[in-house]
Design a protein around this ligand. Structure first.
Ligand code: NAI
Ligand code: MG
Length: 369
């Protein structure tokens, strides 16, 4: 029977195809052991698309992403394409997909798995059990606002300009995603801005407050200046549940939170669009890390971030919470058993490559179900 779960896989370039291959093992396992099948298509994006079709995000790839229920994305970019003009950069592949599909809410969990508590840049006690979620607005704000550019002033000197613009609707829709999430977690949202010095920040604080009072009175809402939040993340990270921020502040704070967890190779993300009348929404899932050109082709990349991105896909696009949990538990158990890829290597553990890690996760899934 044809599956009604349309999944588009875009491995990209660099380590993307290597780590996506390990997710394919899990997809095969689900088919075999849980009778869950997907209607899978595969497309090209980034450097792979540039090489094959001369564009980092061909129209067919965008059309396929629109038609899919969910997109699993690997990674794109690398020195091979560095000399190309800006409009041809492989990284534009993911930017175009985000923009064309209206993917405005970027969810980045920062979770410290028990076996990796020592890998953090902070003391293990401060981060053990850390589980926070950053919700970053991803289609507006200062990365897109006009005017922007570098211009020559009357005195012949240059001036660089960026503009932070947010409408109340843009703020409200991403705030709703954060509040909804908090309800399923520990019921607290920390909204960050610089309402003390930025007009868009004042509006941000006002709108998030209004949405909270009107639609989510049961969720605790705290407002925090973004600079204070950076400090609090380093000194007392466990006070947070969901952190909500603009494109810029969400970007900076989510990288900071990533560092608390120890490795890029462990961190997944989801980017969601607005639900339509039937509740269907576009969504793209990708690891936080990039294409890691320094280790591509060596078979040593950590597949866990890609694997955990697939777990998010199951949870968010297909409401398959049980299967998502199974994958997360399997990853955790493999780590607890002592296997480590090079990026998370600790003394006394066994160093393995990408496919041994992937196989071990599937074996653990077998034991769990
Ligand atoms: P990166 O995340 O690719 O790599 C940073 C460091 O972490 C490297 O030393 C790399 O080897 C290591 N690393 C990353 N993922 C790993 C994994 N799964 N296992 C083991 N080690 C891992 O970031 P970088 O070097 O700044 O960027 C490389 C390229 O990727 C650039 O062209 C950049 O623009 C692109 N990029 C693409 C993204 C995307 O596709 N969404 C996101 C971030 C960067
Ligand atoms: Mg960043």
């Amino acid at each position: 029977m044809a599956s009604n779960k349309k999944l588009l896989i875009l491995p990209g370039d660099g380590i993307g195809p290597e780590v996506v291959r390990e997710v394919r093992r899990v997809i095969e396992w689900m088919d075999r052991r849980r009778s869950v099948s997907f209607d899978i298509s595969e497309g090209v994006v980034g450097g792979a698309a540039l090489d094959a079709e001369g564009s980092p995000c061909p129209d067919e790839t965008v059309a396929a992403a629109r038609a899919a229920d969910a997109v699993l994305f690997g990674s794109v970019g690398g020195p091979k394409w560095d000399s190309l003009p800006f409009e041809k950069r492989p990284e534009l592949g993911v930017l175009r997909l985000r923009k064309d599909l209206g993917l405005f809410a970027n969810l980045r969990p920062a979770v410290v798995l028990d076996p990796l508590a020592d890998a953090s840049s902070l003391k293990a006690d401060l981060v053990r059990g850390l589980d926070l979620m950053i919700v970053r607005e991803s289609t507006g704000g200062i990365y897109f606002g006009e005017p922007r550019g570098i211009e020559i002033m009357a005195d012949g000197k240059r001036r660089g300009i960026d503009t932070e613009v947010y409408t109340e609707d843009e703020i409200a829709r991403v705030a709703r995603v954060a509040f909804d999430l908090a309800r399923k977690r520990r019921n607290k949202v920390t909204s960050v801005e610089k309402a003390n010095v930025m007009q868009s920040g004042r509006l941000w604080r006002a709108v998030v407050g209004e949405i909270g009072r009107a639609e989510f009175p049961d969720v605790e809402l705290e407002h925090m200046y973004a600079d204070n939040c950076a400090m609090q993340l380093c000194s007392r990270p466990k006070q947070f549940d969901v952190i909500l921020g603009s494109n810029l502040f969400g970007d900076v704070l989510s990288d900071l939170a990533a560092a608390l967890t120890g490795s890029l190779g462990m961190l997944p993300s989801a980017t969601l669009g607005a639900p339509d009348a039937s509740g269907r929404r576009h969504a793209l899932y990708e690891p936080v890390h990039g294409s890691a050109p320094d280790i591509a082709g060596k078979g040593i990349a950590n597949p866990c971030a890609q694997m955990l991105s697939f777990a998010m896909l199951l949870r968010w696009s297909f409401e398959m919470e049980e299967d998502a949990k199974l994958i997360e538990t399997a990853v955790q158990r493999v780590l607890a058993g002592g296997l480590r890829t090079a990026d998370i290597m600790q003394t006394g553990m066994a160093r393995v490559g990408t496919s041994v890690m992937g196989e071990a996760i599937v074996r653990e899934l077998d034991k769990l179900s």
